[in-house]
Design a protein around this ligand. Structure first.
Ligand SMILES: [Zn+2]
Length: 164
């Protein structure tokens, strides 16, 4: 059966790709008529592009693929709650529905820090579903940051050793 969890697993494998490039592990896909039309893995550092979030990459790929700047019938699956930039792009792309995994308490713009899609000035409605395979996404995030802290600590220790 093809359901939200099925598609979220595809997004999670793109989050894994981001992690392999030392980027915060976030992945996204866009599905139209049961087919993936766009994929994105978070890559702002490697691509020197602050807008290279997984969602933006997936939207760009999907629009290119169907040769349309809007995606009114498509669904975006992303492993983490979108930020304000991505929420804005989602509205510009006229996506019908957004399904995400873990919450992003610091910068999530859908329910954590704001309810962007509920803004009164928007004339497009996006439906959302959160918490799909959230544990898998949250575990990926926390182990990534744990590793990064450990690496930073190792570098600091090494530098201190060298000073001695
Ligand atoms: Zn974003």
């Amino acid at each position: 059966m093809v359901d939200d969890e099925y598609w979220m697993r595809q997004a999670l494998s793109l989050a894994e790709e981001a992690k392999e490039n030392n980027e915060v592990p976030v992945g996204a896909i866009i599905v139209l008529n049961n087919e993936i039309i766009g994929k994105g893995s978070n890559s702002p550092i490697t691509s020197c592009d602050p807008t290279a979030h997984a969602e933006i990459q997936a939207i760009r790929a999907a629009c290119k693929k169907i040769q349309n700047y809007r995606l009114p019938e498509a669904v975006l699956y992303v492993t983490l709650e979108p930020c304000s930039m991505c929420a804005g792009a989602i509205v510009h792309a006229r996506l019908k529905r957004v399904v995400y995994g873990a919450l992003e308490p610091k910068s999530g713009a859908i329910e954590s820090q704001s309810n962007f899609f509920e803004s009164s000035f928007l004339n497009h409605k996006v439906t959302t579903k959160s918490g799909v395979l959230a544990d898998l996404s949250a575990t990926k995030m926390s182990s990534f940051f744990q590793n990064r802290r450990r690496q930073k600590k190792e570098i600091r220790t090494r530098q201190q050793e060298e000073k001695k």
